[in-house]
Every structure is written in structure tokens, then in C-alpha cells.
Design a binder for this molecule. Structure first.
Ligand SMILES: C[S@@+](CC[C@H](N)C(=O)[O-])C[C@H]1O[C@@H](n2cnc3c(N)ncnc32)[C@H](O)[C@@H]1O
Length: 195
């Protein structure tokens, strides 16, 4: 169902070039390791999710990990701000996948544009520590508003900024540390209360 991604292998070179041009937006020199991808997929309980949203797929390694685990009847919506990385992820051939060029700030509008149900899981690698507090808070409010009851928000981050932004909206976090990633990364998880 999935094919190789772009002419330059797994897109790492494009990822690095985009980091050099837009360091604050990309937020990381290299993509996530397979260890981190695995931990994120497990934390978000992707196997049982029907609608999945990924914020900031980058060059698509995390997207492929989500698709490997997701059920055949799921839908995966990726929202990527960077046009070159968006083009790269759009090369993944999988009928469950929608790749949208745009920002996480318009999450509600983007879900309704594609006629998708409330997501059971929102997974995010976007760098909350380099964006303004106002933008970060608004993204968190969007995530909280769209999540299905019982759904979860999983954010993998170097800094604890995302937790400061999420606590007032989504409550206390559960956090794990993935040491087998360069750099070691925190994986935060919030579950939205069931009605
Ligand atoms: C640290 S990279 C993560 C890439 C990939 N998921 C991984 O783990 O290797 C962050 C990604 O988020 C994207 N991004 C940053 N801000 C964004 C926003 N507001 N909306 C959507 N994507 C954003 C960047 O362009 C970049 O591709």
C-alpha cells in the first residue's frame, strides 16, 4: 500500500535542508527515530483509532509508522505547514491518507473541509517551544475542541512548553521519555474526558 517517498530516499536530506532554511518551524535537525515513532504509535493507541490526525509529519517517517499500525478502515489526516515537506508526504501512496498543506491553527476547519469525524487520536511533532504562546494555546484549544470523547492528544517534544499550554485545557499529562532518540524526547499524552 505504501511506496518509497520521493527521489531522495526517505526524505532526510530535504528535511535537513528545510531545517537550515526554517529552523524554528522545523524544530529538529533530523527526523524521529524508529524507537520514537513506535512509542508515539503505542501512546496514541493507533490500532483502535478510526480517525487519526498528524500535525507536522515532516518527511513522513512518523506518518508511515501510523499507517503501518492503523486499521484498514481508518483515515489519517496529516497537516504540514512546509510546502516541500508536504510534497514529500503527498508521495506516500495509501488510500487512507489525506495530506493537507496548512497550519495546525486551522484544525477544526481542515477536518470539516475533508468531512472527517472527530479524531480518536491527534499526534503532534510541531515545535511548541519556538512558536508564540498565543499560537500554541490556540492550537491546544483546537485539538481539545475536535477530539472525540475519550480521544487522546500525543505530543513528542524536547521541551516541557507543550505541557504548560495543555494543562489548563486538557488537565494533567502522562509523560514518558524515549532515550533511544537523538535527542532524547518526551512523549506527552492527554486523554479527553468521555461525556
Ligand atoms: C520536528 S518536525 C517533526 C517531523 C516528523 N513528524 C518527525 O517526527 O520526524 C516538525 C514538523 O512540524 C511542521 N510544523 C511546524 N509548525 C507547524 C504548524 N503550525 N502546523 C503544521 N505543521 C507545522 C514542520 O514543518 C515540521 O515538518
Amino acid at each position: 500500500m505504501q511506496k518509497a517517498n520521493g527521489a531522495n530516499g526517505d526524505g532526510r536530506w530535504t528535511f535537513f535542508r528545510e531545517f537550515v532554511k526554517h529552523p524554528l518551524q522545523i524544530g529538529s535537525v533530523i527526523p524521529s527515530s524508529h524507537f520514537l515513532e513506535r512509542r508515539v504509535v503505542e501512546a496514541a493507541r493507533i490500532r483502535s483509532a478510526r480517525t487519526i490526525v498528524e500535525l507536522g509529519p515532516g518527511c513522513g517517517g512518523t506518518t508511515r509508522a501510523l499507517l503501518r499500525e492503523a486499521s484498514p478502515r481508518s483515515r489519517v489526516l496529516c497537516i504540514e505547514l512546509n510546502p516541500r515537506l508536504h510534497a514529500l508526504v503527498s508521495g506516500i501512496d495509501d488510500e487512507r491518507l489525506i495530506v493537507h498543506l496548512g497550519g495546525a491553527l486551522s484544525l477544526r476547519e481542515t477536518l470539516s473541509r475533508y468531512g472527517l469525524d472527530a479524531p480518536d487520536a491527534v499526534v503532534s511533532g510541531i515545535p511548541f517551544s519556538t512558536m508564540s504562546a498565543a499560537s500554541g494555546s490556540q492550537i491546544v484549544r483546537e485539538v481539545s475542541a475536535v477530539l472525540a470523547p475519550g480521544g487522546c492528544f500525543v505530543a513528542y517534544q524536547l521541551s516541557g512548553r507543550v505541557a504548560e499550554l495543555c494543562r489548563p485545557v486538557l488537565g494533567a499529562e502522562r509523560v514518558e521519555l524515549e532515550l533511544r532518540n537523538l535527542p532524547p524526547m518526551r512523549v506527552y499524552r492527554w486523554a479527553k474526558a468521555k461525556d
